[in-house]
Ligand binder design. Sequence first.
Ligand code: URA
Ligand code: SF4
Length: 194
Amino acid sequence: MTTSWAELTGAVSACERCRLCQTRKNVVLGEGDPHAALMLVGEGPGQQEDETGRPFVGAAGQLLDRMLAAIGLDRSCVYICNIVKCRPPQNRVPEADERAACLDYLRQQVALVRPKIIVCLGSTPTRALLGDELRITRERGVWHLKKGVWFMPTYHPAALLRDADKKRPAWEDFKAIRDKLAELGALAPRTGAE
Ligand code: URA
Ligand code: SF4
């Protein structure tokens, strides 16, 4: 039997499965439509996410919101989460044992949401979900079908803030995501946010 959201939230908020529990302020499970067709997975909470308990609320999150709005989606109609639910100190990349310890929670989130598309934001989710050998620069924009779910790796929004040359390819990826949602009959109604 699949866990319920209540059980999952309870388990994650008390979780001590890896060392990241020692330095976190708040666990960041994820948020959005619990039955969204589109799930976006980042790396792990940053400082503002750790302070607020919400995913993608800092500068990168605001850019993500604008990119979603540009394809007619509000963050409330997608589901947003991360590979690890607790902030790595100094925002370092989560280590292999931390990712492994946390992955079961993401599996449960996917089982509950049952998204049609999962977007991997940057290298960490791309490697954790699609294969450790993958390079984001080569793999971005490429669809992978796994167990009936379409996966798309694209740049992390924080990378777009550091390197403006990545914005155009990322925009192409977001348009491809919009087109795939339409093709799958899963395009949410326009929000008027454009
Ligand atoms: N970066 C991430 O990968 N996740 C967040 O939630 C915020 C910033
Ligand atoms: Fe638990 Fe994941 Fe937090 Fe580690 S990162 S303590 S596995 S919730």
